[in-house]
Design a protein around this ligand. Structure first.
Ligand code: BES
Ligand code: ZN
Ligand code: ZN
Length: 515
């Protein structure tokens, strides 16, 4: 989708649909909103009449804005009003959601172009720059659908124009710059979602490596791919063990390097879990829901997206991306419960459950990046535990960190991006639970509680004292039919590419968090 900024009033342009936001009025105040006077005039009093009948209330219900559609008497398309809720509770995320709701509502209605009237989406707590970025983002992300395998589709909205209106005082060039940077990031998010949505027969570890190589050529990144032979030489026993069950789709570790913007200095490593399919292996999962395990590569695919965004937006720090890719399936060559494997950093892992494979592949990626690149900080992204979803649900990722400054920086970026995180503790209790009787660590224990945190304690073993943050992103990485109703309209069916926007925002701000 193309997003443009136009100085003129939204009503003078002839888009298929022109959208304005409407704030909910306090109970006893039913004064007609001044911001809708022009629309009402054009519609010859229709909005005022609907307002009087309480058909237009500006409400948000079940996390969605009320939408009212009017047909213009001049035949130039439709005027659409979207509810923003009470003005005092308005946020950037509501603007983002509202834009996505507008665009999604146009699906199957033959609309190709949409116009947003910016002034109606601006309020005391959401200024014009934040509002315009949110509208652009909501429109792009809400418009995306995974259609690769559908021979017929409803068609998407091709163009969104955000209208400032003549009397709007904010300078146009600044707003255009904001929109250009925002759309560049959101185009990367769409690209990331498209890869994350691919099924496991297509998105094998090798295919993910090829995507990285292609990205490297396009964006000028250095890319190295380690195949099973090289991984054996390096001593990456974790990835080799997990990937050993699949002779058809052998494991790969992929390293991408973005050398940094003009003010370089810091090195940030991002490491992702890339299980292209998680059947559980010998400790096999139940059949129900197993199709969703194609999304178990979401962390590694997010790393791909983050590297693309870093290069596109030229973020200041040097960024090293590591994707730990393997297919976890049972077979005669699969690893077993009881096996002991040696990770890259020399630590041994007792395997007690082959379905706790994410931490095993990440052990190599973390150990490798720390030893090879001495990063100032490491961030890993992984669909690591069902416990994350139990604790935090589908909208909020778990954040576990050994470094307060890094954690605070990520929380700030998370709020900015609208990708929620919640910090969870890591204590000696969790560290004790990952100790093994026969090896250095074990990948499962019999305590059924705090499994998001014991998984984090396991990972911590492989980063040493490097400042590190772990993002457990099972819940927010994809949506399905039963959860989608409660999720923002900009997180469409399937992969969300959670983490790309928040980590990119963090990288953009990284110099603010230290030298
Ligand atoms: N990929 C799963 C995590 C997961 C669970 C994703 C449910 C989506 C839905 C991970 O590899 C896993 O199976 N984790 C186990 C760990 C346990 C065996 C210690 C889990 O969370 O149950
Ligand atoms: Zn698993
Ligand atoms: Zn998994």
């Amino acid at each position: 989708m193309k997003v443009q900024v136009d100085r003129r009033d939204g009503l003078t342009a002839a888009a298929d649909v022109t959208a304005s936001g409407v704030f909910e009025r306090p109970e006893k105040d039913d004064t007609f909103p001044r911001s809708l006077l022009r629309e009402d005039e054009l519609l010859q009093g229709l909005i005022k009449a609907a307002w009087a009948r309480k058909e237009v209330k500006g409400k948000r219900k079940e996390l969605r804005g009320e939408i009212t559609v009017f047909h213009r008497p001049d035949g130039k398309g439709r005027i659409l009003l979207v509810g923003l809720g009470p003005r005092s509770k308005y946020t950037v995320d509501i603007a983002r959601r509202a834009a996505a709701e507008v665009v999604k509502g146009l699906k199957g209605k033959g609309a190709r172009t949409v116009a947003f009237c910016l002034p109606s989406f601006v309020a005391e707590n959401v200024r014009s720059e934040a509002a315009i970025a949110a509208l652009a983002e909501g429109a792009i992300l809400g418009n995306y659908e995974f259609q690769k395998y559908q021979s017929t589709s409803e068609g998407q909205v091709e163009e969104a124009t955000i209208h400032l209106g003549e009397e709007f005082s904010r300078d146009e060039a600044t707003l255009k710059r904001v929109v250009a940077a925002q759309t560049a990031l959101d185009d990367v998010v769409i690209w990331t979602r498209e890869i994350a949505n691919l099924p496991a027969d297509t998105a094998s570890p090798q295919r993910l490596a090829e995507e990285a190589i292609a990205l490297g050529k396009e964006a000028g990144l250095k890319v190295s791919v380690f195949d099973e032979k090289k991984l054996a030489e390096m001593g990456c026993g974790g990835i080799l063990a997990v990937g050993g069950g699949s002779t058809a789709h052998p494991p790969r570790m992929v390293v991408l390097e973005y050398s940094g913007g003009a003010r370089r200095g810091r090195t940030v490593a991002v490491v992702g879990k890339g299980i292209t399919f998680d059947s559980g292996g010998i400790s096999i999962k139940e059949a129900a829901g197993m199709q969703e395990m194609k999304f178990d590569k979401s962390g590694a695919v997010a790393v791909l997206g983050i590297l693309r965004a870093a290069a596109t937006l030229k973020v200041p720090p040097r960024v090293i991306g590591v994707m730990c890719c393997a297919e976890n399936v049972p077979s005669g060559t699969a690893y077993r419960p009881g096996d002991v494997v040696r990770s890259f950093n020399g630590k041994t892992i007792e395997i007690l459950n082959t379905d706790a494979e994410g931490r095993v592949v990440l052990s190599d990626g973390l150990g490798y990046v720390v030893k090879q690149y001495h990063p100032d900080e490491v961030i890993d992204l992984a669909t690591l535990t069902g416990a994350q979803r139990v604790a935090l649900g589908d909208d909020t990722g778990g954040l576990i960190s050994n470094d307060d400054r890094l954690a605070q920086g990520l929380l700030a970026a998370s709020a900015l991006a609208g990708e929620p995180l919640w910090r969870m503790p890591l204590t000696d209790y969790h560290r004790e639970l990952v100790k093994s009787e026969i090896a250095d660590v074990r990948n499962e224990n019999w305590i059924p509680y705090a499994r998001m945190l014991t998984a984090a304690a396991f990972l911590e073993t492989f980063v040493g004292t490097t400042p590190w943050a772990h993002l457990d992103i099972v819940g927010p990485s994809w949506t399905n039919a039963s959860t989608r109703k409660w999720q923002p309209a900009y997180q469409n069916k399937g992969a969300t590419a959670f983490g790309v926007r928040l980590v990119t925002r963090y990288l953009e701000a990284a110099p603010l968090h230290g030298s």
